[in-house]
Design a protein around this ligand. Structure first.
Ligand code: SIN
Ligand code: MN
Length: 208
């Protein structure tokens, strides 16, 4: 993989621009879409309000992250098919090994599909027992405006544009930072068939 020099955006927040070259991005998108035939994208519901997310989601790996009216949780099976999630493809374990780096492998690869108009409100990734491992996030397709702040909702935020092939990690003092996608810039990439953006978020869930 491209050994580009990473950008330090904040303590514990690192961005590798174009970590994946275009042909590899294409291969990842094809793999994701093929796996999504057996683990289809679905629209999660917000806890309490049961409002649907604007993004569609699926997961790979032994544990998938679910949002349901009852709350957030990790589960070994797809909520619609009842089948175990597909394994995390090797090409996505590779960035975890080289940029995380955390001794245990990721257990969850959350797949977010942003079609026209989809975005994601500010939130923390805090449903994992293992907070010593960073979150590793891969962007594919349209550019996105990623906004992040500190570990409380208040305080200053930064925005950074995430483009296709970029890999972002947040860990250490920023593992519980608030973050979200303010908007996706439609048609800024032609990578994803049908348009939009795919985000792949790798996480360690259980303590080793
Ligand atoms: C997420 O925080 O789950 C997604 C972030 C992104 O789409 O880049
Ligand atoms: Mn998140």
């Amino acid at each position: 993989m491209a050994m580009v020099r990473p950008l330090q955006l904040a303590a514990g927040v690192t961005l590798w621009r174009e970590y994946f070259a275009r042909p590899v991005q294409q291969e990842i998108v094809e793999t994701v879409m093929r796996l999504a035939q057996s683990a289809p994208f679905y629209r999660p519901l917000m806890p309490k309000t049961a409002n649907p997310f604007s993004v569609e989601e699926t997961n790979f790996g032994p544990l998938g992250w679910l949002a349901e009216p009852g709350g957030y949780r990790y589960a070994p099976q797809h909520p619609v098919t009842g089948e175990p999630w597909p394994a995390i493809p090797d090409m996505l374990i590779e960035p975890w090994r080289s940029v995380a780096p955390f001794p245990q492998p990721p257990e969850c690869c959350l797949v977010n599909l942003y079609r026209a108009g989809a975005k994601m409100g500010a939130h923390q990734d805090r449903d994992e027992d293992e907070l010593g491992a960073p979150v590793v996030s891969v962007s594919l397709g349209d550019d996105a405006v990623f906004r992040f702040g500190g570990v409380t909702r208040k305080g200053p935020t930064q925005t950074v544009k995430l483009s296709s092939g970029d890999v972002l990690t947040f860990g250490g003092p920023s593992r519980l930072m608030f973050h979200g996608i303010a908007r996706v810039i439609a048609a800024s990439s032609d990578l994803v068939h049908g348009g939009g953006r795919i985000n792949l978020t790798l996480r360690r869930v259980t303590k080793a």
